[in-house]
Design a protein around this ligand. Sequence first.
Ligand SMILES: Cc1ncc(COP(=O)(O)O)c(C=O)c1O
Length: 358
Amino acid sequence: MVGILDVSEIDTPALLIDLEALESNIDKMGRFCRETGCNLRPHIKVHRTPAIAHKQIDAGAIGVTCAKVSEAGVMISAGIKDVLIANQIVSAAKIDRLVGLARQASVAVAFDDAGNAEEISREAVKRGATVGAVIEVDTGMNRAGVQPGAETLALARKIGRLKGLEFRGVMGYEGHVQKVERLGDRTRAVQQSLAGLTSTAKRLKEEGIGCEIVSAGGTNSYSITAKVEGVTEIQAGSYVFMDGMHSLEGVDFEHSLTVLATVTSRPTKDRAIMDAGVKCFADSKVMPVCTTKGIEVTFLSEEHANMKLEKADPKIGDRLSFYPYYAPTTVNLYDRFYCGRRGHVEVQWDILARGKSQ
Ligand SMILES: Cc1ncc(COP(=O)(O)O)c(C=O)c1O
């Protein structure tokens, strides 16, 4: 794929990054965290690409957050030194890889079960490694995680006694309140859902259990979570691209990610078809948004999209750009990003952790 110099030469469907918007988003979040005094450990699930993670670290991030051991493996192989896997790591094969990675870099994992902690401790001791331990606390999202208070304290004491593990703190993801429309309502909901996490961290410290990490937050709550007393770092990741899901009041980053597609058919005056469907946008329920006015995507099938036209008249062969509704699952469908600056392809980044879900 070497040799493409101009965005107009890129074959479609393709994933494009507007470098100026991406860099502006990364700088803005870096500046915000510096000014607020809260660390940033961005979730890389959205881009799965070390080149972008390095830019985030250059702008002040203290490391990265991953969901999977194999994502962490790609990041560490690319020179990233500090990784939080915000997820439970279960099964012998994964624990084996996790402990190997913990010998290469600082790796912390989220625990919510004493048996799982014992298993990882045993493997770490056997291999002479230390795995960082963070307890995942349920913020009311009802996903994984132990309950705040006594349950978390008991698990922390247990982990503190296990060799090969280093207890580092707590995390919680307030995912259930990320989409609250109005900023005022979202602020109250985020603060309420994090109260159990931060009060538990306080009780741990009072007991003399070190709790250097209190991690939470996503892009839609970044400016709220970072200011919650007791939170030491945020895990926001989607701010690099922005997408339909994150376009909410108070989330003031720029769209930097688009899918470029070609009009392949004009069956009627008020309808157009393009060459990108579910296999290019991942989501068939919420439609991508065309950057050209008067063009509305109404239906995605596997390799086609139906578009309704209103005062727009794209010709067969015309190229159109779309903001995906949800970037993480869209990105995972592509091999590379074409990164443009003012119409010129400056660099291509392979999405090295694409498909790394193990
Ligand atoms: C554990 C965890 N942290 C943080 C996030 C926030 O990510 P984003 O900034 O992409 O909304 C997510 C999103 O799913 C998550 O699962």
